[in-house]
Design a protein around this ligand. Structure first.
Ligand code: SF4
Length: 363
């Protein structure tokens, strides 16, 4: 494709136009659409609306496990045999201490995730109090992920000051019964609509690698555009042993394909906070940094039940690529703290087995 093709993608996106189906398909699958100019076009859209800032998110897994649902990708599902540390909701003091820590580490928004189908009225009242307490102490935005909500519950959380509700669509309507049987795509959509009506910002995205096709990805990107979701996390399936879904079903989940998906979401949702979310280290591998061209947001310190990249490496990656962070904290100061921590660590001496593996194997 010539330069005009890529410029027209950026121009159409910036002016609010919706890319047609054929163009979306070509972005995801056509080798005539080359990756570098595509990333450059997506970067033009990203910088137009989001500048060169990266928003850092830190997840607090405020309750782990004990979930009656059967989401095939989730280690907390009742059907998962994954060896995770289960615990009920953390005490308030622990959640407050973690909110403080997230604020001091430069997080722009603090995300609390609760396993379960959806919260009881009592849990909603408890959450509302916690949100008020955190906001009165730290100037940080708050997001919760708490399962299915009706209108009354969404209104209560909004009144407490909730900024965002995370509730991923995860996949298309067609593919949904293949990844969960205990609730439906429509249940998820209803929760998003209740939050939207209450005035809570949405955070909703998808997980790639769950048997979806190109059309499913395009459908989710367009649905989130229709919902005007201000935050869209794109996750890549993390293979957790014991889950129903232990490895990506879709063999096209290469680093290049993952980047093409991020570009597509950026073109269709030009103003959104697009997050390169869980599994980025595994699936983007050495091309991870390129994700910052379409995406403007990422997680620090890992995910719900799995570890992510080392914090210093992520901060350095942001700096080396010429980006900055959206935070009250300064990127250079955060990096300095990490370097200090690293230099205080003692060097680890190699074992005999590591120094002379041949001798071990030949015994
Ligand atoms: S994704 Fe949420 S609802 Fe589904 S099994 Fe995991 S914790 Fe439960």
């Amino acid at each position: 494709m010539n330069r005009d093709y890529y410029s027209s993608l950026a121009d159409q996106s910036i002016s609010g136009g919706r890319l047609d189906l054929e163009t979306c398909r070509a972005i995801l699958t056509s080798q005539e659409v080359e990756l570098l100019p595509l990333l450059n076009a997506a970067f033009e859209v990203r910088t137009k609306f989001r500048g060169k800032e990266v928003m850092i998110h830190i997840i607090n897994n405020a309750q782990n496990g004990y979930c009656p649902e059967d989401c095939h990708y989730c280690a907390q599902a009742k059907t998962s045999k994954a060896d995770i540390e289960e615990y009920p909701m953390k005490p308030d003091e622990e959640i407050m201490a973690e909110a403080k820590n997230a604020y001091e580490k430069g997080a722009f928004r603090y995300c609390m995730v609760f396993a379960g189908r959806g919260p009881s009225d009592r849990r909603v009242a408890h959450l509302a109090k916690l949100i008020r307490d955190i906001k009165s102490k730290y100037p940080i935005e708050i997001c919760v992920s708490t399962g299915l909500l009706d209108q009354a519950k969404a209104d209560t959380l909004k009144a407490a000051g909730l900024d965002r509700l995370n509730h991923n669509l995860n996949t298309s309507e067609r593919n949904y019964p293949n990844i969960c049987t205990t609730h439906t795509y429509q249940d998820r959509l209803n929760t998003l609509k209740a939050a939207h009506t209450a005035g809570i910002g949405l955070c909703s995205g998808m997980i790639l690698g769950m048997g979806e096709g190109v059309e499913d990805i395009i459908e989710v990107a367009n649905t989130l555009r229709d919902l005007e979701s201000p935050s869209i996390p794109i996750n890549f399936l993390i293979p957790i042993e014991g889950n129903q879904l232990t490895k990506p079903k879709d063999q096209t989940l290469t680093p290049e394909f993952c980047l093409r998906v991020l570009c597509l979401f950026r073109f269709l949702n030009p103003k959104t906070e697009l997050r390169v979310a869980a599994g980025r280290e595994i699936h983007l591998r050495n091309m991870e940094v390129m994700a910052l061209y379409p995406a403007n947001s990422l997680f620090l310190d890992g995910y719900l039940n799995t570890k992510g990249a080392n914090r210093a490496r992520v901060l350095q990656m942001i700096k080396d690529a010429g980006f900055t962070i959206k935070s009250e904290q300064n990127l250079d100061e955060l990096l300095e703290q990490e370097t200090e921590r690293a230099t205080n660590q003692k060097a680890v001496v190699k074992s005999k087995e590591e120094l002379r593996p041949y001798l071990q194997n030949s015994r």
